[in-house]
Write a protein that binds this ligand. Sequence first.
Ligand SMILES: NC(=O)c1ccc[n+]([C@@H]2O[C@H](COP(=O)([O-])OP(=O)(O)OC[C@H]3O[C@@H](n4cnc5c(N)ncnc54)[C@H](OP(=O)(O)O)[C@@H]3O)[C@@H](O)[C@H]2O)c1
Length: 327
Amino acid sequence: MKLAIIGSGMIVHDFLTITKDLKDTELTAIIGTDKSLDILHELKAKYHIGSTYTDFDTALAENDFDTVYVAVPNFLHYGFAKMALENGKNVISEKPFTVKYSDFMDLKKIAEEKHLVLIEAITNQYLQNYVDLKQKLPELGDLKLIESNYSQYSSRYDAFETGKVLPAFDPKKGGGALMDINIYNIHFIVGLLGRPKAVSYLPNIERNIDTSGILMLDYGNSKAVAIGAKDSASPVGKTVLQGNKGTIVVNGPTNVMESFDVYDKDKTLLEKVDHNIYPHRMYQEFVEFEQIIRHHDLTEVAKRLQHSEDVMWVVDQAFKGAGIKLG
Ligand SMILES: NC(=O)c1ccc[n+]([C@@H]2O[C@H](COP(=O)([O-])OP(=O)(O)OC[C@H]3O[C@@H](n4cnc5c(N)ncnc54)[C@H](OP(=O)(O)O)[C@@H]3O)[C@@H](O)[C@H]2O)c1
């Protein structure tokens, strides 16, 4: 794919380190702000990116790319993705897809009408450990409970406490613990069980934003709890899946899934699984995006979009129930 990157922040720096191993990706452009011009030039030189731009219109007019990677703060995903689709470009959007459910549905409609690829960059769905865990799930018998905790004290929370509100804590910019960190747990659970029957979110709110919270998902015979925090840390960082015939313990947070252990119901360890293909969490998703775009695999896109839609629905229900308004 011929890729234009929008953004030059933390995730873009991280992503660029794997691009030497993405054999089917040509980096044709990076688009940022005037403020970050030096960074754009630095990244262009270091990673052999074709051109730098400080406005997307000019990039669309001048640069020869077929796909954009939208890696800007959450509230900007929708606008850039929409503009890209309307100009005939495929879109890979960072998580969370959009701030509002209705915006996601709008993007999906445009992509479908124009037969374009629209897909969410959400690491866990593509990790081999996740694919293997899905296959092992029936071995647990009747799945009773899932408990997933991803809590990481954020340096941006220090800034927030002193009154400086960065996008990750800004309700107007789609920030907060559920959107930023708990979203991985939601993807993890919804990827296994689909759309729940009921959703309930119990947030800790500071200055109109959820800095941590507990999300409960009711699947009838199975219940799941997803905990996410940016105001406190959990050294545990584990996910536990409990069935009447066994238990799986996932090691590491749900965006990385370093490995997982399978136990029988008597707590005897049966198997340790670590099949992730490449040490960087973003590698497997981007290899798959390359293939989807090369083969214009809209069947796979539809499947992935249905999953993203279910996640966006959960987020929408959670916020509505908790009285949180973002954007
Ligand atoms: N997949 C993952 O593991 C992962 C991890 C972290 C974040 N993310 C997601 O990635 C996205 C970005 O997060 P981040 O941590 O990289 O944020 P960040 O460090 O704050 O970077 C945001 C970038 O967007 C740029 N930007 C802002 N407005 C722009 C505009 N109008 N046009 C072009 N560029 C613009 C900023 O430029 P200036 O600095 O010049 O304003 C900055 O380079 C978020 O949606 C986040 O949820 C994903």
